[in-house]
Write a protein of this length. Structure first.
Length: 387
């Protein structure tokens, strides 16, 4: 870990919420009554759009047989002379995903055809992030865990992204095997320690970092709260929280480092048995110069002892805020990992800092939820009223 410096405010931290800010500014919020009436229609419309997009992309991919995409990818991915074939084509939440590779051999590349502008923005941002992280001299052995090379382009009028397929299986797929899942969580914690240790920098929190870590996320939360019913009742909690987090952070010496931004078991690839991490995917929410508690809490809150029933993260966070005894159980784990980074003295504040970055970052990827008052109430309104 390097000595105490002031971390520069980089474009990679500025652009994470740019799309969300544009969408918040562009459209008025629906009234609660209108939202209640239109929500089933909106859900059906979103489902139909995804189905149509999925159908078009899947069949376009099948028609092409991946030959054209493989020819395009050959200079970057060293595709063999025989090209790639589609091993599997699946419809994910935000894109059609083609698992491609030589016939009769393991998958070598992941080809993504996004459904929406927001999904494409996330893929473009991931490309920038991965190239910046790979070029960072502090990255070291972490480069082997990245889905590189990665490439995004317009091909034949279609937006296409290709990245290296990482070996192994997702840690999330092992959650039914308690011993393997525990081993995978331990291996993931080691990756976080390496990420913090290799890219971490001691910084003194000044006005620029307060703006980035507190003021900007809280302004987004205020814009989201304004879409809720009786929006005025959130004004006082927002003001108190902004002042509280500012007072708590300003002048502190903390560690800032690269973070993944969505470090949960579905994005962590492990070998059979979970003992070693083989890669980490989905870097669209990553940034440099951030607090390591974001990745630490994102992983911790998916551990069985903390996760709420049904895996609902908002319920987990709300439960911890309402039960100080359960919240205190996070402290020894953060200390054991060495990830408190100067902010572990107040776990309630640390949890709020994490959540107020997580929610806008999630909406940047899934902006359709901006029109869902129930989601906004659970993830914004109830959390604000709980504090």
């Amino acid at each position: 870990m390097r000595g105490m410096v002031t971390e520069p405010h980089t474009p990679l931290t500025d652009d994470l919420f740019a799309g969300l800010q544009r969408r918040l500014a562009a459209g008025p919020r629906p009234s609660p009554t209108t939202a209640r009436i239109l929500l089933p229609v909106l859900r059906a419309r979103v489902a139909a759009t995804r189905l149509a997009g999925s159908y078009w992309h899947v069949h376009a991919a099948r028609r092409a047989g991946c030959e054209q995409l493989a020819r395009w990818a050959r200079p970057t991915f060293e595709v063999p002379a025989g090209g790639w074939v589609a091993h599997r084509i699946v419809s994910a939440t935000e894109s059609t995903v083609v698992l491609a590779g030589p016939a009769g051999k393991p998958v070598e590349g992941i080809i993504k055809l996004p459904y929406s502008d927001a999904a494409w923005e996330q893929l473009l941002r991931q490309e920038r992030v991965l190239r910046a992280l790979a070029a960072d001299p502090r990255a070291g052995d972490l480069r082997s865990l990245l889905p590189l090379p990665v490439r995004c382009e317009l091909r034949g009028g279609r937006r296409v992204a290709v990245e290296r397929a990482l070996p192994g299986q997702t840690l999330w797929s092992l959650r039914g095997e308690s011993a393997s899942y525990a081993a995978g969580l331990a291996a993931a914690r080691r990756v976080l320690n390496t990420l913090q240790g290799d890219t971490g920098t001691q910084v003194t929190v000044g006005q620029d970092l307060v703006e980035r870590w507190v003021a900007s996320p809280m302004a987004l939360m205020a814009a989201l709260a304004a879409r809720l019913r009786d929006a005025q009742r959130y004004s006082a909690p927002l003001e108190r929280l902004t002042a509280r987090l500012t007072t708590w952070l300003e002048g502190r010496t903390v560690v800032s480092c690269w973070i993944h931004g969505d470090f949960w078991p579905a994005n962590i690839m492990v070998e059979a048995g979970g003992a070693h991490v083989t890669g980490v995917v989905d870097w669209g929410r990553a940034a440099s110069g951030e607090l390591p508690l974001h990745d630490a809490l994102q992983l911790l809150l998916h551990e069985p002892q903390f996760a709420a029933g049904g895996g609902s993260l908002d319920r987990t966070v709300l439960g911890l805020l309402e039960d100080p005894r359960r919240l205190a159980e996070l402290r020894p784990l953060l200390a054991e990992w060495g990830l408190a980074s100067g902010v572990g003295d107040d776990l309630r504040n640390a949890l709020l800092l994490y959540w107020f970055r997580y929610v806008p970052a999630f909406l940047a990827k899934c902006p359709s939820l901006l029109g869902n008052p129930w989601w906004l109430d659970r993830n914004v309104g109830r959390i604000l009223l709980a504090v």
